[in-house]
Design a protein around this ligand. Structure first.
Ligand SMILES: CC(C)(COP(=O)(O)OP(=O)(O)OC[C@H]1O[C@@H](n2cnc3c(N)ncnc32)[C@H](O)[C@@H]1OP(=O)(O)O)[C@@H](O)C(=O)NCCC(=O)NCCSC(=O)Cc1ccccc1
Length: 141
């Protein structure tokens, strides 16, 4: 593991303070991460359900966290592909939780998957796969 929970949390707070709107880091392991988001009125769409971009944003930053656990604090690692299936309707005003796992991390790219859950419901509300591009060393800081 290239970074601890505390180091990554500090990095996110310093470099990406607006990221709190996407979710907050809860757990970090070697190649995996969990983040949650407290759902409020601003996250809802017509019909009173959590909007797709909200779930997608949480999924994206959770894979970012899982990737950084493997490669260290690399700000310019960027998403180049994201597929998502919205599987079930999340509960309104109930936190959503994302659990991301890296499937492969190479020199130039990382592939991860993430499940999104609505708290209190066992089955996932969304599933996403993502590819991140890892910059060459000269662009890593
Ligand atoms: C850069 C690249 C991924 C690849 O470029 P291409 O031209 O296809 O390939 P090329 O190899 O020619 O490279 C050209 C030059 O670029 C440099 N280089 C720099 N960085 C990288 C890198 N990472 N990967 C690779 N290269 C990198 C590289 O060294 C080279 O420099 P050089 O000519 O040798 O000196 C491009 O397709 C792109 O930017 N796509 C859009 C991605 C995007 O916007 N995603 C969404 C926002 S992120 C998000 O939302 C998630 C999030 C949000 C918030 C918080 C957490 C997570």
């Amino acid at each position: 593991m290239k970074v601890t929970f505390e180091e990554l949390n500090r990095f996110l707070q310093d470099q990406f303070p607006q990221g709190a709107a996407y979710g907050s880091l809860q757990k970090l392991g070697d190649g995996w991460a969990e983040m949650t988001l407290d759902v409020d009125d601003g996250h809802l769409r017509p019909g009173g359900t959590v909007s797709g971009p909200v779930m997608m944003g949480l999924a994206d930053v959770t894979v970012y966290a899982a990737l950084l656990s493997k490669i260290g604090l690399v700000p310019l690692a960027v998403t180049t592909n994201l597929n998502i299936n919205f599987l079930r309707k999340p509960q309104a005003h109930t936190p959503i939780r994302a659990k991301a796992t890296m499937l492969k991390v190479g020199r130039t790219m990382g592939v991860g998957e993430v499940f999104v859950y609505s708290e209190g419901v066992d089955e996932p509300v969304a599933h996403s796969t993502m590819t991140y591009s890892i910059p060459p060393e000269k662009y890593q800081n």
